[in-house]
Write a protein that binds this ligand. Structure first.
Ligand SMILES: [Zn+2]
Length: 113
């Protein structure tokens, strides 16, 4: 195993540093060491709505189908506006309040308002 990051072009792990760049010994590809940081940041999870639009904390979304709230008989109707969502990790990736009740929703059943 190399202590340097694998080549982004050919995925080989035999790479070495050269000034501000890493160089791949296999294909000769060079890339800046700084790029490593950017890759890390882009790994942040992006939650998307039913149409693939990225959602962010504080967004307003609209339900595209009736949803039964887990553990209760409450049904949230299609077309309900949900304001001030919060992105969370997990199967249900949106945290919000509807009528004062804390509810977890799935982004795949929402569209951005
Ligand atoms: Zn390479």
């Amino acid at each position: 195993m190399s202590e340097f990051p694998p080549c982004p072009a050919c995925k080989e792990e035999i790479t070495y540093p050269d000034l501000q760049n890493y160089v791949c010994a296999t294909c000769g590809h060079e890339w800046p060491m700084d790029a490593e940081q950017e890759v890390e940041e882009s790994h942040e999870k992006v939650v998307r709505d039913a149409h693939g639009t990225p959602l962010a904390d504080g967004d307003t979304v609209i339900l595209i189908k009736d949803l039964k709230v887990k553990g209760s008989s409450t049904v949230i109707k299609m077309g309900t506006r949900v304001t001030n969502i919060r992105i969370v990790d997990g199967d249900h990736d949106l945290d919000c309040r509807i009528d004062g009740q804390k509810i977890m929703l799935k982004s795949e059943f929402m569209k951005k308002a």
